[in-house]
Design a protein around this ligand. Sequence first.
Ligand code: IVH
Length: 747
Amino acid sequence: MTQSETDIAALTQDTARDELARLATVLADANAAYHTEDAPRISDAEYDRLKRRNAAIEQAFPDLKRDDSPSDVVGAAPAEGFGKVAHEVRMLSLGNAFDDADVAEFDARIRRFLGLEAGADLTYTAEPKIDGLSLSVRYEGGQLVRAATRGDGETGEDVTTNARTISDIPETVPNAPDVLEVRGEVYMAHADFAALNDRQAAEGSKVFANPRNAAAGSLRQLDASITAARPLRFFAYAWGSLSEPLADTQHAALGRLADMGFSTNPETALCEGPEDMLATYRAIAARRAELGYDIDGVVYKVNDLGLQGRLGFRSTTPRWAIAHKFPAETAWTRLSGIDVQVGRTGALSPVARLDPVTVGGVVVSNATLHNEDYIAGRDAKGHPIRNGIDLRVGDRVEIYRAGDVIPKVRDVDLSARPEGTTPFEMPHRCPDCDSPALREPGESVRRCTGGLVCPAQRVARLKHLVGRSALDIDGLGDKEIERFHDLGWIHAPVDIFRLQARYGTGLQTVANLEGWGETSATNLFDAIEAARTQPLARVLFGLGIRHLGEVAGRDLARHFGSWDALAATVDAAIPAASCHRAAAEAELAERTKAEDEGRRARLSDARALAWAPVEAPARAAWDDLVGIDGIGATLALALCDALSAPQERAAIDDLFAALTIEAPEPTAEESPVAGKTVVFTGSLEKMTRAEAKATAESLGAKVSGSVSSKTDILVAGPGAGSKAAKAAQLGIETLDEDAWLALIGNA
Ligand code: IVH
């Protein structure tokens, strides 16, 4: 027996309980010192010794294991142990291209945005897309000060100590700008991965599914000595904050990073347009197996950094870059069942249950089946897919997956169909709440009509609300939402913010739930309190209203500034919504009839008839809504539906009453056009319409498609017609293109 084992054998129930309490405190303090304060108070060896001692006592006295046991803290939820880092410059992801046509369209889109002729020069870089995890490493005065994972793009995890153990990441960088954030991919080479897995297997430890999981698991270790023992590498391919530019082009910037001592990918090439890009893609694909590390495609970037600046970003991806993915990997297996899940908007989605099979290095046991038509062998227009062959439980099916996307069923082997199978039938009632599940004409999806009465929809909406792009509440993920919902503790969104008042003290408390404890309950309540203050855009997105995505959330927040203003307009527009629907239905009916001379007149009569009952204020509110750039009638209808359903409305109003809405971003406010509504009309000569809109929005302006009394500025180029006349009539400030550029400081 070792010294500590004798010592443990001598413990009584009482002394063991005290010792576990002491170890919990010491280890929690050590964790905090190490991860949050970056100033370890005890050595790694001492830390490990205390953890082992704690585990040994728990093994001897299993009943005494604490809710906040240090054994659970590190292994089970590593993410909670990392400090957070707010990225000064967001870490974005990339849009995808899957075939040659997508690449041509990417080039064409950029030319359109920039207003370039088809034949004008435009150079791109092409480089392998490394299959690892992205990392941002910050240098100040040439010294490494911080390394962070991407996280949600805005806030990542502080992995500085871990990153310092990677030999491709220099500790000091000569001739660096004062502030330099280098971004790139942490990955594991094939040979290192195989050796690591051999070692892990020999030790009886976890074996990794693929090099990317191994790299992520190795970097995100609370114990940096584990990271140090794992063979991680790093390719630099981008940057974040810089005190001065690195170069004028992407290619030269990569050259500078290489000069500073970073590894940059040797396959990187310059390409003059789509043909060249595709040739490089094929060349890199052909060498894929020899590279010695996983890549999952080729990334194209506009080479000129000035043009990159003009192109800017969509909500989460740059306009100037795209990832051209390699084709998906496939495998055959048996379809063992078809389950139907109910989503946030009530959509019934069939899910394939599969005999587990490895597809491209990952074990797959579920795949999406899209909708009932897909299972029946038809596409949205009724054309046959898979030669019209349906999918049945028991069939041999081909699965494919590309990158991170959910696996899909591609094909079925009819010759292997067992006897006695029957066609799949989509339920006509919700499998969760038994409400009718209806399929509207022209829709491919069947939806549960239960709304918030349906537990599945309620839970899915709650999960969406607390998700990363919405309220983003630490410690309140899918699992916790399900648990609190099952207990009846969180039913409506506002219940999240009542959790502490109701279940913080007393008989039933979060702390007393199995797997919780005082510390984790307090952390959760703190996170919930912190999440009370939110930008409007995030809450709007979090509501889970159909068609209201992140971009629309931002557009609406920018336009209305407050929930009250938005709700007032939607409320006023509600009577117009049914007229819009009636007009659309009348038009649709008319269009199915034969085309004849009178049709145009009948269409316009039908429209006028449908709109007749609506009063001017409702019409104006409706026009205001659909006039917002990016907000169409589909979203306007969805907003009217959501706000006119009493139960939904009450849930939303209660939620807003519990929240504090943050003022809009200060940077945009400082611009001379922040908060102003701008309309562009006529032809612009120095920029394209798309570029003008993107620039105005980045400065905090709202861009609208039509002139109304709410318009602040009309930018009129040559050929401006009725909009200019209307603006003049309303006395709205009208600028030509040069005056606009001068106003925004960009002449
Ligand atoms: S550029 C603003 N270049 O792919 C654009 N990304 O799917 C920043 N990735 O988040 C990314 N190889 O983690 C870029 N050569 C490469 C890349 C690359 C891999 C990753 C990166 C990014 C993800 C997007």
